[in-house]
Design a protein around this ligand. Structure first.
Ligand code: BG6
Length: 277
């Protein structure tokens, strides 16, 4: 396929689309249809990508935006199935690549058995990632998942997440237990929570003076995750202090919010990330 002038393909065994457009620079791997980096013009990099990430078929890239699908976390019934679904460790197919003055659009597709999905990445002044679950089978399918966005921060202990105040959440650290958020979300230990929220959130980074807006649609759950020191140290693909440099805010469909997609229908989950002035 002919790529538009602002897109270059690097690597042959592990292809990466390198975007250099007047609105942004970005890198998107064919493996996982995975946005690795996105830097709008005149800004610092927005996403966190682990310097120890592993680029190998079957292994999810640590950082950027892993696509967790068609289920979130453990499979609802079969513990033998991989965590976070079937597609973050596979090569997708590039279906379309285009650009216009507002940015570059890449569209990817994948099919694994009855599971069929498309990812559209639009990288410009804003970054938009859209996951379409298409039911091409004869029976209803049940879908959950997440656009598992790793947002770069100056220091995790200095940031706060705004707009989850009052939301119920499942705290999966220790518990699991249902709780209610009071005020902004801040970090001084491991955080692994599924919020019942379909609203936008802001991550306010007072040290860098940067605020990032995370909008979403088709997503009844917002997952907030930071592994903190002990779990980060146990991960082979992240530096021991890597946890200080990111916060995951995930546009998700989690646990009992899984959606039923009827034959011939589809469900669209999307997230849009922008740097606030
Ligand atoms: C989050 C989950 O979405 O992903 C966490 O809430 C999990 O429980 C994290 O640890 C990372 O998962 P993985 O499989 O990429 O290490």
């Amino acid at each position: 396929m002919n790529l538009p002038p602002s897109v270059r393909l690097s690597g042959s065994d592990y292809p990466v689309f390198e975007i250099d457009h007047p609105t942004c620079k970005a890198r998107v791997a064919l493996h996982g249809a995975h946005v690795m980096e996105w830097c709008p013009a005149g800004e610092e990099e927005v996403l966190y990508l682990s310097p120890d990430a592993v680029y190998k078929e079957g292994k999810a890239i640590r950082g950027g935006i892993p696509v967790c699908w068609p289920w979130f976390n453990a499979h609802p019934a079969d513990p033998e199935q991989p965590s976070h679904g079937l597609v973050r460790g596979r090569f997708w197919e590039l279906l379309d690549a285009a650009e216009d003055p507002s940015g570059v659009t890449l569209r990817f597709g994948i099919r694994v058995g009855i599971w069929n999905a498309e990812i559209t990445v639009k990288a410009g002044e804003e970054l938009e990632v859209t996951l379409e679950s298409k039911n091409v089978s004869e029976v209803p399918i049940v879908v959950s998942g997440a656009l598992h966005t790793y947002l770069g921060v100056s220091d995790i202990s200095q940031v706060r997440i705004v707009n989850l105040d009052g939301c119920a959440y499942l705290d999966t650290v220790g518990g699991p237990e249902m709780r209610k958020q009071k005020g902004d979300v801040t970090f001084d230990r491991e955080v692994d929570r599924i919020y019942e929220s379909s609203s936008s959130t802001l991550i306010v980074d007072d040290l860098s003076g940067r605020t990032i807006l995370i909008e979403k649609s088709g997503s009844p759950s917002t997952v907030v995750w930071n592994p903190w020191a002990e779990k980060a140290a146990a991960m082979g693909d992240m530096p021991d202090d890597g946890y200080r440099k990111f916060c995951c805010i995930e546009a998700a469909i989690a646990n009992d919010r899984a959606v039923v997609v009827m034959p011939g229908s589809s469900h669209v989950l999307s997230t849009r990330i922008s740097v606030e002035e």
